[in-house]
Design a protein around this ligand. Structure first.
Ligand code: ADP
Ligand code: MG
Length: 622
């Protein structure tokens, strides 16, 4: 008996839809890309219920003849590539001829189109991959595609969707990204009859960045441009002071196709180098133009991953282009080890470093954390609003250091495990580069990172303060915070988290929130920055506990208020800072986990100057 049969096309299309049509945002992506390929200059996207109820994409592109309209919904029907050769030089965003067929199998699809100079339009309605209705329509240059009741016939897919806000956020993010890639197209995104985003479409990238972010951010950005044999780079990067807490704000486009690339992220971050604080990322919009022969976009159905040839050449060009502009705004000459002249003749040059830094701390302590148990108890107990957040001492573990970095060698033999550094007895020697303090001890000296030290001091002070979770500060003049369209959508969904930490914000305009109340523990002078960063963190990680958010807020605070590098301290200030370190529970790490100081032991210094030989060091010390 024959068992094998070819699937009917409706079923085959539904299966194919699994690859490209995952959620409303993927439908919007396919339809908008089609509009761009059709040379539209105005693209309007209208959603109802985050697109689950209805998605409409209206363009003013070249349109389709009635016959093409009917073919467009068939699988593998495309006007963009005709031969295998075309596949290797793709200029359009689409080429697989799958989108409309897939969408037509999982929704109620309507296509209406008027080609250039036609006196009337045509409309077809599709259900279960078949045309169920067709008619003449009013002429309107371009195409309107409507997708109703997405996934109505695939309940499993429907059940997979996240909350409306999450789905809307995906779509908004896509529309913003594509707007950044096509500054010449005017995009408008309307949700439940409210406009939530639009771009100017005047072919000015900086203007588009202002549309997506804000005029003030756009103004601060630095233009970049570079060219090599095969590549052309252009766009904007943020100065090192203008950063974000995650990589979402690094926008990449290859031949105007928005993509994500770990490789490009890495190269870019490396070009910024130490100008960026750890855990901070720049805001960048960079387009890379390449001959289509050198890029393979046919790696994944969603085409967000691409394969590149000549990656080396590209990284080099990117590095040079970015470094050049950063050096222009921040012309601090940096000397690297390779730049230092080394004597030609090096008698008995040691093969290894002649001394060891000891990043002093033979034992690790866990990062002190807020006593979560006490905090939770207090939160559950309505009467007891105040609580003392302090170190939980039994959490301090005395485990041996296992990790080690390139720069530091942990020397557990040199100091007694229990020994605490007596910061009060250190003699302050001086400051170098407005960044590090030198302090002499009886048996060596310390190089202290003033920013890290003060960060730690502020952090511990804040942690030890009475944190009153419910005490509120009312703003006399409400503070207006501007957000991007996708942040606006996301903020709605993190309202519970915000309220739990005591932040009350109400929508002020389509692009801003008004801060009405904030908790006392956030100091007035960096209220905006801490709220903004907490919002970013909550959007990124909505499932952290209250204590995690509080701790993150405290870390942001301690960092904000701390003295920065390149800041002169007089003798008194420096001594006060070193003395304050004496009270620290953990003077070794800044709240981000980086070292606060490096100690040069007498023994190491003597080794460095060959006053003692390696092999003799034990006898010397005993
Ligand atoms: P692909 O984009 O990969 O070619 P699609 O299924 O998305 O496949 O679209 C099929 C064809 O329908 C396209 O090749 C194009 O000729 C036509 N088409 C789709 N959308 C539009 C539009 N908005 N304007 C003009 N033509 C369109
Ligand atoms: Mg397409």
């Amino acid at each position: 008996m024959v068992k094998i049969k070819q699937m009917d096309s409706a079923l085959a299309n539904q299966i194919a839809a699994g690859e490209v049509v995952e959620r409303p945002a993927s439908v919007v992506k396919e339809l908008v890309e089609n509009a761009i390929d059709a040379q539209a200059t105005i693209v309007t996207i209208e959603l109802l219920e985050a697109g689950i109820q209805s998605i409409k994409v209206i363009d003013n592109g070249i349109g389709m003849e009635p016959e093409d309209l009917k073919t467009a919904i068939l699988p593998h029907a495309t006007s963009k590539i005709y031969t295998v050769h075309d596949l290797f030089r793709i200029q359009s965003l689409g080429f697989r001829g799958e989108a409309l067929a897939s969408i037509g199998s999982v929704s109620k699809l309507t296509l209406e189109s008027t080609p250039e100079d036609a006196t009337e339009g045509y409309q077809i309605k599709v259900e279960d991959s078949a045309i169920v209705e067709e008619s003449i329509a009013k002429p309107r240059q371009g195409t309107t595609i409507t997708v109703d009741d997405l996934f109505y016939n695939t309940p499993a897919r429907l059940k997979h969707l996240k909350t409306l806000q999450t789905e809307l956020k995906h779509t908004t993010t896509f529309v913003q990204n594509i707007a950044l890639a096509y500054p010449n197209i005017r995009f408008t995104l309307i949700h439940n009859n409210q406009r939530i985003f639009n771009s100017t479409g005047n072919n000015d990238l900086q203007q588009t960045i202002a549309n997506v972010y804000s005029a003030s951010i756009a103004r601060q950005l630095i233009p970049i441009a570079g060219e090599s044999m095969d590549f052309q780079i252009s766009g904007y990067i943020s100065p090192p002071q203008l950063t974000r807490t995650n990589k979402q704000y690094m926008h990449w486009m290859i031949n105007q196709r928005p993509i994500r690339s770990v490789m490009l992220d890495k190269v870019l971050l490396k070009a910024y180098g130490r100008q960026l604080m750890i855990g901070r990322y720049p805001l960048t919009v960079i387009n890379i133009d390449i001959d289509p022969y050198l890029v393979d976009v046919n790696v994944h159905p969603t085409k967000q991953t691409v394969r590149l040839s000549k990656e080396e050449e590209l990284s080099q060009l990117l590095t040079e282009t970015v470094e050049k502009q950063l050096a222009r705004i921040n012309p601090v000459p940096e000397v690297s080890i390779e730049d230092i002249d080394t004597p030609k003749v090096q008698p008995k040059a040691p093969t290894t470093m002649p001394f060891e830094f000891s990043y002093q701390k033979p034992v690790t302590r866990e990062q002190p954390s807020i006593d979560k148990h006490a905090l939770e108890e207090a939160l559950n107990d309505g009467n007891k609003n105040t609580l003392n957040v302090s170190y939980n001492d039994d959490k301090v573990s005395q485990s041996e250091v296992t990790e080690s970095t390139d720069t530091y060698t942990y020397q557990s033999d040199q100091f007694d495990e229990e020994e605490k550094i007596d910061f009060l007895s250190l003699r302050y020697v001086g400051q170098i580069h407005g960044t590090y303090l030198i302090a002499e001890s009886e048996d060596g000296f310390f190089l202290i990172d003033q920013h890290a030290a003060q960060e730690r001091i502020r952090y511990e002070a804040l942690l030890n303060e009475e944190i009153n979770v419910t005490a509120q500060q009312q703003l006399l003049i409400p503070l207006i915070l501007e957000f991007t369209a996708s942040e606006m959508v996301a903020i709605e969904s993190i309202q519970p988290q915000l309220q739990r930490v005591g932040i009350v914000m109400t929508q002020f305009s389509p692009t801003s929130y008004q801060l009405d109340q904030y908790p006392n523990w956030i100091k007035a002078d960096d209220i905006e920055k801490v709220v903004r960063e907490l919002v970013e963190l909550m959007i990124e990680e909505p499932d952290l506990s209250l204590t995690d958010y509080l701790e993150a807020g405290i870390i942001m605070h301690s960092c904000r208020g701390a003295i920065k590098a390149n800041h002169y301290l007089d003798k008194q200030q420096a001594e006060a800072l070193i003395h304050d370190m004496a009270d620290l529970e953990d003077p070794y790490h800044c709240p981000h986990g980086r070292p606060v100081f490096v100690e040069f032991g007498e023994k190491s210094i003597e080794k460095m100057f060959k006053r003692i030989q390696d092999t003799h060091q034990t006898t010397f010390y005993n």
